[in-house]
Ligand binder design. Structure first.
Ligand SMILES: CC(C)(COP(=O)(O)OP(=O)(O)OC[C@H]1O[C@@H](n2cnc3c(N)ncnc32)[C@H](O)[C@@H]1OP(=O)(O)O)[C@@H](O)C(=O)NCCC(=O)NCCS
Length: 200
């Protein structure tokens, strides 16, 4: 059902975001990058769920990444242990500060399911370095399409960063979900730039 033009009220315990999906259908030339001393990327086979959730929360809590936070452990394990899902950890001087997750479960394509850095690594050049690696890895399998979605809860630079990376927007959606700070999945203080609305 198409929402009507104009403003649509939401219950106070719901979040809404505009989601943009973007894709590339051939491998772009890498963009100029700086190579930080001490930056490494490691493929993590059979990631431990607690390790994964900790990294996911450290990156995503500020951006209200809730999908994996509240997912049952066995469901999450089945995804991140799938032979068609690759999880990579970015580290700076041995401290894990970034996540790349490539999902090839749909034949012929790869979804950049998660891509992000912890707050201390954002804006350091690591994002571009990591995206060049993600594009290399994604196109190492015989895919026809590499795609990603980002939403208005993500970092404000993410959409433009993806466009500069060679992804072309092809779809816009509205996502409505429970506010994870009100379900108990997240601390109430998370993402203060996107405040909780107290039910009146
Ligand atoms: C989205 C995200 C990955 C973008 O990364 P970022 O840290 O802003 O990116 P960088 O600082 O590496 O790069 C930004 C640009 O500045 C340049 N840059 C940054 N620091 C630099 C430096 N010291 N020297 C030279 N260039 C530099 C990069 O080369 C890049 O240029 P380009 O985009 O024109 O190629 C990051 O904001 C993030 O992880 N956010 C939190 C999680 C999130 O929202 N993820 C997206 C969800 S879909």
């Amino acid at each position: 059902m198409l929402l009507p033009d104009g403003y649509s009220d939401l219950p106070a315990d719901k979040l809404a975001a505009i989601v943009t999906s973007l894709q590339m259908t051939s491998r772009p030339a890498p963009r100029a990058e700086r190579a930080g001393d001490g930056w490494t990327l490691r493929k993590v086979d059979h990631p431990d769920v607690d390790w994964y959730r900790d990294l996911y929360r450290r990156i995503g809590e500020d951006w209200l990444w809730f999908s994996r936070a509240s997912m049952p452990a066995d469901t999450l394990t089945a995804i991140i242990h799938s032979p068609d899902v690759e999880v990579y950890a970015f580290a700076n001087d041995g401290v894990t500060q970034g996540l790349v997750e490539l999902d090839y479960r749909t034949s012929g394509e790869c979804e950049l399911a998660f891509f992000g850095l912890t707050k201390d690594a954002v804006g350091s050049g690591a994002g571009r370095w990591l995206m060049n690696r993600a594009i290399e890895r994604a196109w190492a399998r015989p895919i026809r399409r590499f795609w990603v979605h980002t939403c208005t809860l993500d970092h404000q630079d993410a959409l433009a960063f993806y466009v500069r990376s060679g992804f072309v927007p092809f779809r816009r959606q509205i996502e409505i979900a429970d506010d994870p700070r009100l379900t108990g999945a997240f601390s109430r203080d998370a993402a203060p730039h996107f405040p909780v609305i107290e039910a009146g």
